[in-house]
Design a protein around this ligand. Structure first.
Ligand code: PGA
Length: 242
């Protein structure tokens, strides 16, 4: 698999943004899967800059976010919906009805997840998905487990994942919701192209395990090794154990 290594996290994130801009240019009606977290923030900043400079037009694009906290949604400060609005949706010309984030506040989460899967299928599947990686190897909120559901599902978050999200909740991991709704690993792997974006020394160990270790549901990101069109974008720190 092609691995690109950049000197800094910002450059790596900009490289991922450039991929998205190129894909948008080739296919304005592209369907893209998007991550949240600290890592993609500079990628979104670069995408907003590209839009402002007239280099990216999102008007026909469709996006699907990887996950959301159960119980949270629009207008909740810690929700991934709010994260996406403040980092991307509010700043580009993406049509709100085509910017899909699972509604964590849906009264029937099973129905909401089925609806989410149907929307992806109706959009013709994802052309490209950009993924982060958790320090425990999770993809979206597919946490390490003996077996992983293929389709979107509700998941109990590991304490490590809740701690990693504490900054969204005033620094208190206990305030991070214990459950999330996540795109399934099979749905992720059905995307025609995948980009894994990881930066920082804290990701070096898990990046090496995911890319060069055995393929196992105990390291969900290792399943990306089976994807036929995968690309890895790293900064030097995240690549240091490869
Ligand atoms: P991070 O999260 O970018 O905040 O490290 C990545 C992830 O958990 O997928």
């Amino acid at each position: 698999m092609p691995v690109s290594v950049y000197a800094t996290a910002t450059r790596a994130a900009s490289a991922a943004a450039t991929r998205i801009v190129n894909v948008l240019r080739d296919n304005p009606a592209v369907v893209v899967g998007l991550p949240t977290g600290h890592t993609p923030i500079p990628m979104y900043r670069a995408l907003v800059r590209a839009y402002q400079a007239g280099r990216a037009d999102f008007s026909r694009a469709t996006t699907f976010n990887l996950d959301e906290f159960a119980g949270l949604g629009r207008d909740d400060a810690g929700s991934y919906r709010t994260f996406m609005e403040s980092h991307l949706f509010d700043h580009v010309n993406l049509a709100p009805q085509r910017a899909h984030v699972i509604d964590g506040r849906a009264s029937d989460w099973r129905q909401e997840l089925e609806r989410f899967e149907r929307r992806i299928a109706r959009a013709g599947g994802m052309d490209l998905i950009v993924l982060g990686i958790g320090q425990n190897g999770h993809l979206g909120f597919n946490e390490p487990a003996d077996a992983l559901p293929a389709r979107s599902h509700r998941v109990a978050l590991r304490q490590q994942s809740r701690r990693a999200n504490a900054t969204l909740f005033g620094g208190r991991w206990q305030d991070v919701p214990p459950y999330a709704l996540s795109m399934g690993i099979g749905t992720i792997l059905n995307a025609r192209r995948t980009i894994l974006l990881a930066t920082g020394a804290s990701k070096a160990r898990i990046v090496a395990r995911a890319l060069t270790g055995p393929v196992t549901t105990k390291v969900p990101a290792s399943l990306l090794q089976t994807h036929p069109n995968m690309m890895v974008v790293l900064d030097r720190d995240a690549a240091s154990r490869l």
